[in-house]
Design a protein around this ligand. Structure first.
Ligand code: ADE
Ligand code: ZN
Length: 326
C-alpha cells in the first residue's frame, strides 16, 4: 500500500525489541533440531496457534519456553542476524536491542556465549545493512535483587559493549522499587537505564521507575495516561516512551487497536515512539506496528514522521549521530 511504502521509507530507530522475542517458529524448529532440544509443538502451525494470549503472563510462559532452543554462540548470532535482515526492509537504521541474560544463565548457558553471539551479529549488521545498534541488558523482575546483582557482575568484562540496563518480565507484584539498588549500581558503572512500567502495572509503578530508578526512558508507559499529573510530567520532562501497538493488542493492554492511545500521547506532548517488542509472537515487525497504529487511529504522515523522529531523539546515540538522522 501507499501507507506501507511511506512507512518503510521512513528511516527509523527501534528502541524496544527483545531479541528472544524475534525467534520465529521456523528458526525455533531449526535450532531445536540442531541442538537436540525437545519443544512441545509438533509443527510450525501448532506453534503459531499457541500464540493467543489474554495477559502478559500467558505470553511470558511461552516466550521463556521458546528460548530453550538457544544454546550456542551461533544460535544467538543467527537469532540476531535474522532480526537485522528482516528490519532492514522496514527502514530501521538503528536498533537498541534488549536481551535477558538470566533466561539463559539460569539454564547453564554462559553469559559470554550469549553476548558474543549477539555482538558478532551486530557488527555484521552494520557492515551488511548499515544498521547501527546497541545492547540493553534486561533484568527479569520476577527474580530477586541478588540474581540481578549477579547478572551485573557477569557483565563486568563487557560494560563497554552494553549501553543500558532494563527491567522486564512479570510486572504486577514486582514494582520498580525492588531494583532500586541494582539500578543505582548500574548507573554508577556508566550505564543508561530503562524499565518496563505501566504496561499492566499502575501509574504508581511508572512514578517509581522515574523517582526510584531514575530511568532515561520508559518501556510501554501506557497506563501513565490514567493520571493527568503524571501525563503532564512525562511531557514536561521530555521522557521517551517506547510504545508497542501490536504487543498491546495481543496482550490485551488495549481491547481494540481503535482504542490505542498512541495519538493521545503525541497530543499530550509526550515523546512517544513505535516499536515491535516481541515481533515473532505479536504478529509484526516495527513497520507493521506503524501501519496498524496509523490505520486504526488515522495517523497523518506528519504524525508518522514525528514518531520516527522521536525514535532518534529518544535513542542512546550521541548528539552528533542523532542530528545526522534528523
Ligand atoms: N519480555 C518480553 N516482552 C515483554 C513485555 N512486553 N513485557 C514484559 N516483559 C517482556
Ligand atoms: Zn518489552
Amino acid at each position: 500500500s501507499d501507507l506501507g511504502t511511506f512507512i518503510a521509507g521512513l528511516p527509523k530507530a527501534e528502541l524496544h525489541l527483545h531479541i528472544e522475542g524475534s525467534l520465529e517458529p521456523e528458526l525455533m524448529f531449526a535450532l531445536a533440531q540442531r541442538n537436540g532440544v525437545a519443544i512441545p509443538f509438533a509443527s510450525i502451525d501448532e506453534v503459531r496457534a499457541a500464540y493467543s494470549f489474554s495477559r502478559l503472563q500467558d505470553f511470558l510462559d511461552i516466550y521463556y519456553q521458546g528460548a530453550n532452543v538457544l544454546v550456542t554462540e551461533a544460535d544467538f548470532h543467527d537469532l540476531a542476524a535474522a532480526y537485522f535482515a528482516r528490519v532492514a526492509a522496514d527502514g530501521v537504521v538503528h536498533a537498541e536491542i534488549m536481551f535477558d541474560p538470566q533466561t539463559h544463565t539460569d539454564r547453564g548457558i554462559a553469559f559470554d556465549t550469549v553476548i558474543r553471539g549477539l555482538l558478532s551479529a551486530m557488527e555484521e549488521a552494520e557492515a551488511e545493512h548499515g544498521i547501527t545498534s546497541r545492547l540493553i541488558m534486561s533484568f527479569l523482575r520476577h527474580l530477586d535483587e541478588e540474581s540481578a546483582f549477579a547478572t551485573l557482575a557477569m557483565a563486568e568484562p563487557w560494560l563497554d559493549r552494553i549501553a543500558a540496563v532494563g527491567l522486564d518480565s512479570s510486572e504486577l507484584g514486582h514494582p520498580p522499587e525492588k531494583f532500586a539498588r541494582v539500578f543505582a549500581a548500574a548507573r554508577a558503572k556508566g550505564l543508561r537505564l530503562v524499565a518496563h512500567a505501566g504496561e499492566e502495572g499502575p501509574p504508581a509503578y511508572v512514578e517509581q521507575a522515574l523517582d526510584l530508578l531514575g530511568v532515561d526512558r520508559l518501556d510501554h508507559g501506557n497506563r501513565s495516561l490514567e493520571d493527568p499529573v503524571l501525563t503532564a510530567r512525562l511531557a514536561r520532562e521530555g521522557m521517551t516512551l517506547t510504545v508497542c501497538p501490536l504487543s498491546n493488542l495481543k496482550l490485551c493492554v488495549v481491547d481494540d487497536m481503535a482504542d490505542h492511545p498512541i495519538d493521545r500521547m503525541l497530543a499530550e506532548g509526550i515523546r512517544a515512539t513505535v516499536n515491535s517488542d516481541d515481533p515473532a509472537y505479536f504478529g509484526g515487525y516495527v513497520a507493521d506496528n506503524y501501519v496498524a497504529a496509523a490505520e486504526a487511529r488515522g495517523l497523518s504522515r506528519q504524525d508518522l514522521a514525528r514518531l520516527a523522529r522521536n525514535s532518534f531523539l529518544g535513542s542512546f546515540l550521541d548528539d552528533a549521530a542523532v542530528a545526522a538522522h534528523l
